[in-house]
Design a protein around this ligand. Structure first.
Ligand code: GLN
Length: 285
């Protein structure tokens, strides 16, 4: 009989041979998701035998992880800013750097009344949902080019009880007409696909083989979305409206320049927890 402890140990060795980092934790998280318990609670039932169905499911999960599929796609969800969100291979897996972007916005706007927010490239809806949850009275418009992403974002909004505060639209910000967004905003936020085409080739397989390419790279210089967002923000923001974007390492100067060209003032660059420039914000003059 395969017990919880033995199953974890065998899987740890297997993942280790397949060069998965932190194999023990990976093995534990996958089994905990099958047994619907917390990772550390596995050890309260370490000698419990696995049922046949659990064993088969675990084998499937471990073999997917061994092929470098991200954990979050296998278990199907992720925690973001204290919220549980569903994810699938149609959406980028929300990152902790993006939690910082949300935190900075919440800090500035938590007491504002009837704030109108536009989230460009909403993906799983993580930014929109976290803002709607934490800024009372905020009205969020969330756009994305992908129908599949919008479906997941809507489901996440419903599960987190903010559907009434968010409107979702399909829109390709690079080529679509922004006239369909028929009102102005106080705040625009975006975590656009910012990896340039050269760096994209060198990304780890977890990202390049499994996450949607259109969510990660602009297949260009990495700045295409900032140029477009800077330009359209002039028409979409109210006077003194603000723009917050997440950036890749090394893009701070170029993105600051894009903000300047488009009449933004009071431009700030904020660092993430690893001391890397990660957020650029500015106010429309
Ligand atoms: N807004 C989502 C996020 O921040 C998706 C971003 C994207 O797909 N580039 O994770």
């Amino acid at each position: 009989m395969l017990t919880v402890l033995n199953a974890v140990k065998l899987s740890e060795d297997y993942l280790n041979n397949k060069r998965i980092k932190s194999p023990r934790i990976n093995a534990e998280i996958l089994l905990a998701s099958i047994l619907h318990c917390k990772r550390l609670d596995l050890y309260l039932k370490f000698d419990r035998p696995l049922k046949e169905s659990e064993r088969l499911k675990y084998r499937e999960f471990i073999s997917r992880r061994a092929k470098h599929e991200p954990l979050q796609y296998i278990v199907g969800n992720v925690e973001f800013f204290g919220l549980e969100l569903k994810v699938s291979p149609s959406v980028l897996i929300p990152r902790s750097e993006t939690e910082l972007l949300v935190e900075k916005i919440v800090e500035q706007y938590k007491d504002s009344i009837a704030l109108n927010i536009l989230d460009i490239g909403t993906g799983s809806g993580n930014i929109s949902i976290a803002l709607a949850k934490n800024i009372p009275g905020a009205r969020v418009t969330s756009i994305d080019i992908s129908d599949e992403a919008l479906d997941i974002a809507k489901e996440n909004a419903m599960n987190n009880e903010v559907s009434d505060s968010i409107e979702f639209y399909k829109l390709d910000i690079l080529n679509g007409s922004i006239n369909s967004l028929n009102h102005k905003f106080d705040l625009i936020v975006s975590n656009p696909p910012y990896v340039n085409k050269t760096d994209y080739k060198d990304l780890e397989s977890e990202i390049s083989e499994f996450e949607p390419d259109i969510a990660v790279t602009d297949f260009d210089d990495g700045l295409k979305f900032y140029k477009r967002i800077g330009q359209v923000s002039k028409d979409l923001l109210n006077k003194n409206g603000k723009l917050f974007v997440e950036i890749a390492q090394g893009q701070a100067d170029e993105v600051t320049e894009i903000f300047t060209i488009n009449n933004f003032v009071d431009i700030k660059v904020l660092k993430d927890y690893a001391d890397i420039d990660r957020i650029v914000l500015g106010e429309l003059q």
